[in-house]
Design a protein around this ligand. Structure first.
Ligand SMILES: Nc1ncnc2c1ncn2[C@@H]1O[C@H](COP(=O)(O)OP(=O)(O)OP(=O)(O)O)[C@@H](O)[C@H]1O
Length: 972
């Protein structure tokens, strides 16, 4: 290397210092000053890690005085360069001595970096190219947003998520039965919307007791960091913004908080959101004269927020009218009149029958064919029917025809687009539920309390139902004494409970009772009398206390044996690690009973569930137990028509529960009538609304296909190799922990100071879904993991790998022959709603030229070529490039030309794809909107707008050189 004072050089390892100037040469040492950063460096001249900067004709350069010019000629005087050219601002001819080159010159373009000797390692170029290709594949994947969740692949959930998650501003009611995974479905939908850029700001509103559980599920399962907003958090946030809700993008808060704090509600309504999620939406009670405050709060938000997901397992819990009102809240145009809605529900049965006929194998009977023709009168479906009944047709053809018809049918009829509901009936693998009832004697203390109460109120009958909760009756009778919990001394249910717990010491037991005070007294009694470890969970506890209690109960060793919950406190919680549930009293609404049992009867329950009901004999408790068990079989099976039954029989039931005499005949008659009516309703639901919903919500073969696609994508071994190489390039260390797990942590060689998704103390990851699911602390590594996404962004956002040199050892070619490999990217940008990358993902275009400009791109693939290449050290690489500059320039121009030629083809293909896809979807929705008012007009309008404007964005696509590799032939 030869240095002269005034020459400009750049550091190979610290290019961020800017351009350096040789300021001193003494003995074997040279000193460079980097004015942009004010740093000096001393190097031994023989092996200084620096490269001389010499620009070429045609390059643009700028001066220390900030004007720029294009070079037309170079002159060398005393080993210093003088650049000649034309100034851009004045158009005057000008000359610039290299001393006066801008100190801040950066070499961002691959060719500038290459010629400035900023040459990257061999493997960085390879990783960069592979990253571009993988990103291209990912951007258009139909599985986008569905792969990253740390969840078991459960067909009905993934199907619903894939149906809803890709919609623009989805508005749906998710109403799977208790414990089938609505939270997971919502998580998958949110995840897809965020990943696709369809939503940025999401607000989740849940009951108090579920805030932390949601927070954890969103984080652990989907890597989505929601922030919990309560009053303290809002006050804290004032430091950063006037409206606290604008300080975070993903916010979770409780419905009660919004209901109670008017100001917070106003603020939340003012902040803009893309998606609103409301859990346990059955609390949104509505009737025309008297909508609840909860309903009004959510209604107001739902009017302003484009996307809305409502979740409830028991949509009819507060009556069918409230159910209708929630649908109206989602789509007021479609659900405008309750009477019309009821009328419509009556017509689901023939549709369900026709759908069932299509699902059943074999020929379609004439009757079913006629029914289908009638139901789909606006389509000519005869060819499809013929195909199904054609003996010559293959099974595959028949299946496809059936699916097509089924899709038409489901699309056109019912509430399918707004409402999803799966029931246990349709999903295999749920454990059994077994009831054990324990008759106990009514203690004299309760008898006396009841008598006194009746005497005081001058009523000898009609108060018997107070024996449903005799402990309360007893306390009223005793007055508010310190001893108000003393009922536990006489109540035989407590003795029974203690015996049961002692006999089942190794078993976790969940007890649910109606009231918080009862729960506290029970826990106190078992602890003080027998030292049994128990904990409570009720609505008056703080969030933190509840979560602590839940964790204490979940703990294996030294954890609580008994968890005593009040009704409201336990809603939505996950306790499926227990298999024994004690119902200390019974609610009168079957939906509430189902919510209780649903704490255990949920996905993840591995054992049969034991339901224990201790009850006081010959009291209303016994009558209610019998009604549930014999009339509805509600303990051992879910009871889908429960609320409707309660509406019909509630009054009779309550009269019986309140009457003084046991009235066995009336009870028997009620049970008989209930059972008969229940069978009828079930059959009707099975055949009509529920069947239709089920067929539509479970996804059938489509769901199964989705799972298979995810599984096969996960088993792609290239993904593991690629991602590990990517981590390597960033400087992330990987330690094999065995058992399918790796520990990742930052190394000192990281190319960025920190990286999103990698905590300071590292993290444990696995590529195996089952391993991830079996351990809380292990993260599932997938395309969608934030760490992988940040690595991709880091690599592609940085210069790393954009310029490279390699040797091709091949004796068949003359030494010194040269190849140029240019990687270009075609891309465009558009607002997120266009999801433009579905049609035009950032598309890598690889051009490989021989020394004469011959195009080898199609003949010689990247991997095949790459395997024959080897690395060159950086100094040699810089020298080789410098020596070959004259050859490289025309090749670069040729590569550019070829890439430009491909641009128009790529854009035309993208445009076709976009039109085909959007036109088909639009045509389908337009046809549907004529027969099914579930299609929202705003949805149609948005879609038309997207189709009409997407092409403008596609036509603006550009091709840009991303990276370059020069390959030289050598023989040794
Ligand atoms: N795909 C899945 N993979 C792993 N766990 C799951 C999956 N789906 C559901 N679970 C678990 O099953 C339980 C029930 O799921 P979730 O809470 O989403 O049900 P839900 O329908 O919202 O229940 P509820 O009606 O009580 O609110 C939870 O513990 C959840 O973590």
């Amino acid at each position: 290397m030869s240095f002269s004072i005034g020459q400009r050089w750049i550091s190979d390892s610290e290019s961020e210092l800017g351009l350096g100037t040789v300021v001193a040469i003494e003995g074997r040492m040279v000193t460079l000053l980097f004015p942009a950063s004010g740093e000096n460096r001393f190097y031994a001249m023989a092996d200084a890690p620096v490269t001389r900067v010499v620009f070429n004709v045609g390059d643009e350069i700028s001066s220390t005085d900030d004007w720029s010019m294009t070079i037309s000629e170079l002159e060398e005087v005393d080993e210093l360069i003088i650049y000649h050219g034309v100034r851009h601002d004045t158009q005057e001819p000008v000359q610039l001595r290299e001393m006066f080159l801008s100190h801040f010159l950066k070499f961002n373009k691959p060719q500038d970096r290459l010629f400035a000797g900023q040459i990257d390692r061999f493997d960085s170029f390879v990783v960069r190219y592979q990253t571009l290709v993988k990103r291209f594949e990912q951007q258009q994947s139909e599985l986008k947003g569905l792969m990253g969740g740390k969840v078991s692949l459960i067909p009905h959930q993934l199907y619903i998520a894939s149906e809803v998650g890709r919609r623009i501003s989805p508005r749906v009611l998710l109403s799977d039965e208790v414990g089938l995974g609505k939270t997971i479905e919502a998580g998958l939908i949110i995840h897809q919307q965020l990943i696709a850029g369809l939503a940025k700001r999401v607000l989740i509103v849940v009951p108090d007791a579920l805030q932390y559980q949601w927070l954890i599920e969103m984080l652990r399962r989907f890597n989505m960091h929601f922030s919990l907003f309560d009053e303290d958090r809002c006050i804290e946030a004032y430091a950063d913004a006037e409206n606290p809700f604008e300080t975070e993008q993903l916010v979770l808060c409780s419905l009660d908080f919004l209901r109670r704090k008017k100001k917070r509600f106003e603020q939340v309504a003012e902040a803009e959101w893309d998606l609103l999620v409301v859990d346990e939406a059955h609390h949104l009670q509505w009737d025309e004269q008297n909508p609840s405050r909860e309903y009004q709060v959510i209604e107001h938000l739902a009017q302003q927020i484009a996307g809305v997901l409502l979740l409830t397992a028991t949509p009819d819990q507060l009556g069918h009218q409230s159910h209708f009102a929630r649908l109206r809240l989602l789509d007021p145009d479609r659900f405008y009149d309750y009477a019309a809605f009821l009328e419509e529900e009556q017509h689901y049965q023939p549709v369900a029958e026709a759908a069932q006929a299509l699902l059943d194998t074999g020929r379609l009977s004439d009757q079913h064919a006629n029914q289908l023709t009638e139901l789909l009168s606006e389509n000519d479906i005869q060819p499809l029917i013929n195909l199904i009944n054609d003996k010559q047709a293959t099974e595959e053809q028949q299946l496809q025809a059936k699916q097509e018809l089924l899709q038409h049918l489901l699309d056109r009829h019912g509430t399918g687009r707004v409402l999803f509901r799966n029931t246990r009936n349709a999903i295999a693998g749920f454990p059994k539920r077994q009831l054990s009832a324990y008759p106990l004697n009514l203690p004299s203390q309760y008898k006396t309390a009841l008598k006194v109460q009746q005497m005081m109120q001058g009523n000898n009958s009609g108060l018997n139902n107070q024996l449903m909760f005799p402990e309360e009756l007893y306390q009223q009778f005793e007055g508010e004494t310190e001893n108000s919990a003393s009922w536990t001394q006489y109540d035989p249910r407590i003795d029974w409970l203690i015996d049961f717990l002692l006999a089942n010491k190794q078993k976790k037991v969940l007890l649910i009772c109606a009231k918080a005070a009862t729960a506290l007294a029970i826990e106190d009694a078992v602890r003080t009398r027998e030292g049994i470890r128990g904990t409570v969970f009720h609505e008056d506890m703080s969030l933190l206390e509840r979560d602590k209690a839940a964790a204490y109960f979940a703990q294996d060793e030294a954890g609580a044996q008994l968890m005593v919950c009040s009704e409201i406190g336990s809603e939505g919680r996950n306790f499926q690690f227990a298999q024994h549930i004690v119902l200390f009293d019974l609610p009168t609404n079957p939906d509430l009973l189902e919510q209780r049992i649903g704490r255990l009867d949920r996905i993840g329950q591995k054992h049969d569930i034991q339901i224990h009901v201790p009850y006081l004999q010959d009291t209303p408790q016994q009558s209610l137990l019998r009604w549930y068990h014999e009339g509805l079989n509600a303990f051992e099976h879910t009871c889908p028509a429960g609320s409707e039954i309660y509406k019909e029989f509630g009054e009779r039931l309550n009269t019986i529960l309140a009457s003084a005499e046991a009235a066995p005949a009336e009870l028997d008659a009620l049970i008989k009538d209930t059972a008969r009516r229940y069978q009828e309703l079930r059959q009707k639901l099975d055949a009509g609304r529920d069947r239709l919903l089920e067929i539509h919500s479970s996804g059938g073969t489509k769901a199964q296909q989705l799972i298979e696609k995810i599984q096969s994508a996960e088993q792609d071994p290239h993904f593991v190799t690629f991602s590990l190489r990517l981590f390597d390039s960033i400087g992330i260390n990987q330690d094999d922990k065995g058992e399918n797990a790796l520990v990742l942590h930052a190394s000192e060689q990281m190319i960025v100071p920190s990286i999103n998704g990698l905590p300071e103390d590292g993290c444990t990851i696995t590529y195996d879904r089952d391993t991830a699911l079996s351990r809380d602390e292990i993260q599932l590594m997938s395309w969608e993991h934030p760490l992988l996404q940040s690595c991709i962004d880091t690599i592609l956002g940085a210069d790393l790998g954009t310029s490279s040199v390699a040797l091709l050892k091949n004796r068949a070619l003359p030494v010194g022959s040269l190849f140029l490999e240019g990687i270009f990217v075609v891309e465009t940008s558009a607002p997120a709603a266009f999801q433009i990358e579905r049609y035009l993902p950032a598309t890598p275009v690889r051009i490989l030229l021989d020394k004469n400009g011959g195009d080898l791109s199609d003949k010689v693939g990247f991997e095949q070529f790459n395997q024959q290449l080897s690395a060159v050290n950086r100094h040699l690489a810089a020298k080789l490039v410098s020596a070959s500059q004259q050859q490289i320039h025309p090749l670069l121009a040729q590569a550019n030309k070829l890439a430009q030629q491909q641009l128009s083809d790529i854009v035309a293909q993208a445009s076709n794809k976009m039109k085909q896809s959007l036109n088909a979807e639009l045509a389908r929705l337009e046809a549907l909107s004529a027969v099914n008012p579930s299609i929202r007009q705003d949805e149609l309008a948005t879609m038309r707008e997207l189709r009409d404007n997407a092409d403008n964005y596609l036509q603006k696509a550009q091709v840009k050189l991303d990276s370059l590799r020069v390959i030289l032939v050598s023989h040794n």
